[in-house]
Design a protein around this ligand. Structure first.
Ligand SMILES: [Zn+2]
Length: 272
């Protein structure tokens, strides 16, 4: 399995990232995409990827931190221009395989919406400029995200809707545009709508993820999540699709490699 969305740099894993990765390996997790959400975490993701050949990195600014790029009126700031320049440099690193996580979050609404829109627009165009896919973080704002995509254009290298929480229409959009759905712990929760959406999407649109240290799958709810728990999500997805877990593992791993590259390959990007 590949954990397509994890934050091993978080303080929750302080000093233990090596053990956490070792435990995950024992459970059959052979690759990790460590996702940045601001400049510091993007740099930390790259450092992790440099230190372990199973880890790939992304660079990007989360909607919660949109003010790093734009002001509350949605104007890019001069600090924002500098940050974009730094992201552009990071994107040239051979183990940075996506721009993300980027998007809109109207659920927690931690930064002004005009700033979120400006940050998303700037990073969508960055992704196309550096020719990388995107990792979307979108909560309660899919119609608004689509509006932004209509203005900016569909990311040329496509990407993944991480911690997918959309509806059937979003699944249809993703299918039409070649986007994948990141499915994690919430698919195992009681009363989750995700099983129906996973069934509608089918295995070839799915990437497995933990979003660790957050969103632990059953039976680890209430604990710190870690990539070793990814197999619970794999088993649940296999059950929903009435497939063998090994087959779901194989197909989702192939999809990851097709979109982001093979963590184990000497030059990740030569794949695409
Ligand atoms: Zn995340």
């Amino acid at each position: 399995m590949i954990d397509s969305h994890v934050h091993l740099n978080r303080r929750e894993f302080d000093g233990q990232a090596d053990q956490v990765v070792a435990r995950a390996r024992q459970e059959g997790v052979t690759g990790f995409l460590n996702v940045g959400y601001d400049l510091i975490s993007s740099r930390e993701s790259i450092a992790l990827a440099e230190g372990d050949s199973a880890i790939l990195a992304t660079a990007g600014i989360h909607p919660h931190d949109a003010l790093l790029l734009a002001d509350e009126h949605g104007q890019l700031t001069s600090e924002g221009e500098q940050a974009l320049e730094e992201l552009t440099k990071m994107a040239a690193h051979p183990r940075v395989v996506a721009i993300g996580e980027i998007g809109l979050d109207y659920y927690r609404d931690l930064s002004p919406r005009p700033a979120q829109h400006a940050a998303l627009a700037a990073q969508l165009s960055l992704a196309d400029r550096v020719s990388l896919p995107v990792v979307f973080h979108v909560r309660d704002a899919w119609p608004e995200t689509l509006e932004q995509i209509d203005k900016c254009g569909v990311p040329q290298k496509m990407g993944v809707l991480h911690s997918f929480s959309g509806d059937e229409e979003t699944v249809v959009w993703a299918r039409q545009h070649g986007f994948l759905l990141g499915i994690g712990g919430p698919v195992t929760y009681k009363n989750s709508k995700l099983p129906d959406l996973v069934a509608a999407a089918g295995v070839d649109m799915i990437l497995l993820e933990t979003d660790a240290p957050w969103l632990p799958p059953v039976p680890h709810r209430g604990q710190r999540n870690e990539p070793a728990y990814l197999s619970h999500t794999l088993k649940k997805v296999a059950e929903i699709l009435d497939m063998e877990p090994a087959e779901v593992d194989h197909r989702t791993t192939e999809s990851f490699i097709k979109l982001f590259g093979d963590p184990a390959a000497p030059s990740v990007r030569s794949i695409s």
